[in-house]
Design a protein around this ligand. Structure first.
Ligand code: ATP
Length: 238
């Protein structure tokens, strides 16, 4: 079986600064795969490249059997790869519901869209309760939920989440993590970037540790959670 996403020797640079220095990993359908690592390790750069927002310097990206080389970002979304970006990037003056609808901009199956909006409200009831309000009135955690809901509106084969727990209270973070678990149990394939290594590794099938543009360690979520070097560097243990 070929993996849903195959990344091979991916290299990405900002001018002369090489931020991603030849990384390889796979995401199988139905899995949650996480990239962890400190600030500046190249995690966000990797996701932005997979989304077509940055052009790679070298390497291969294969998604659902097709090479994504030179594929424009909107085409990548239509192939089934959705990105919930860091810092959320919702549209604050638009209503919550209209933000969700934007996530379905490439679809024209009206009934399916309505169903999926309902599904987002089932997943995140607060969004349903406040559907007609401006999205900017939501709290940080709620905006994160909206960004996830919006990414799901494209019915992605792969959902990429960039730091969904960033800046959230512990309770809100638990909620987001529980939702990721639920999405996984519904069969959604997820590539998750997280600073909170404990939370990410506990729910991931596979994890990769990134340091200065390279993957330095890979394993199952459980293996990495129990790895001594990971515990020291990322889980705050001596
Ligand atoms: P963070 O969690 O802080 O976002 P990250 O692992 O996602 O970290 P990246 O944001 O991918 O890391 O950054 C990787 C490297 O690329 C860093 O050294 C960063 O300073 C650099 N970088 C990121 N964006 C740019 C840019 N637009 N121009 C120049 N350098 C950049």
């Amino acid at each position: 079986m070929t993996a849903l996403l195959e990344v091979e020797d991916l290299r990405v640079a900002y001018g002369k600064i090489e931020a991603v220095k030849g990384i390889s990993f796979k995401v199988e359908a139905g899995e949650v795969v996480t990239l962890i690592g400190t600030n500046g390790a190249g995690k966000t750069t990797t996701l932005r490249t997979l989304s077509g927002l940055l052009q790679p310097l070298g390497g291969q990206i294969k998604f659902d059997g097709k090479s994504l080389r030179k594929t424009p970002a909107h085409k990548i979304v239509s192939l089934g790869l959705a990105h919930s970006p860091e810092g959320r990037r919702i549209f604050p003056r638009m209503t919550i519901e209209d933000n969700l609808r934007l996530g379905a901009f490439l679809r024209n199956d009206k009934e399916g869209i309505e169903k999926d909006i309902q599904r987002a409200y089932d997943l995140f009831p607060i969004l349903g309760e406040r559907r007609k309000q401006a999205a900017g009135t939501l709290s940080g955690g709620e905006q994160q939920m909206l960004a996830m809901g919006r990414a799901l509106m494209s019915r992605p084969k792969l959902l990429m989440l960039d730091e969904p727990s960033m800046g959230l209270s512990p309770i809100m973070m638990q909620k987001i993590m529980a939702t990721i678990r639920e999405l996984k149990s519904q069969g959604t394939t997820i590539l998750l970037i997280e600073q909170n290594a404990q939370a990410a590794l506990s729910l991931a099938d596979q994890g990769h540790v990134m340091e200065v543009g390279k993957i330095v360690l890979s394993g199952t979520g459980q293996d990495l959670l129990h790895d001594e070097s990971v515990r020291k560097a990322y889980l705050g243990e001596d």
